[in-house]
Design a protein around this ligand. Sequence first.
Ligand code: OFO
Length: 167
Amino acid sequence: MNERIQAAFNDQINEELFSSYVYLAMAAHFETLNLEGFTNWMKLQAQEELAHAMRLFDHVNRRGGRVVLGALAAPPAEFGTPLEVFEKALAHEQHITGCIHKLYGIAVEESDYPAQIELQWFIDEQVEEEENTGRVVDLLKLAGDNKSTLFMLDRELAQRAPEEDGE
Ligand code: OFO
């Protein structure tokens, strides 16, 4: 893999690790609100992001490239109401989708076909990530100030289980 692709993959590893860190901070935020289902959802999301970083990590190594890990910024500690948290999560996913599309564009410019195939998985995954996060945003908007609907949603999010492949 050439230097440009390698650097771009390393940047994306950092983005995925930072995503994991952000969702872990959101889980900690939900813990303070005693919303166990929301906490569960965010903890699993943090694990998924770590799996995404590892998938890119493995791709670089399998191609004879060199993974170089950069510094991780501290995520915020406060995120607001459950709706505000999920709106921020959705905005974050939209940002990540943009990063993946940019990375794919670089792989096309560099005629790196294995990278393009690997990144197609991420393009699909981002559609799912935005869909899942956007669904919770919509449900929270519907719930409005209704506490019992919020608790019902909390119970639903408690059901989220790790995906078979962890991704
Ligand atoms: Fe890695 O998909 Fe979310 O950020």
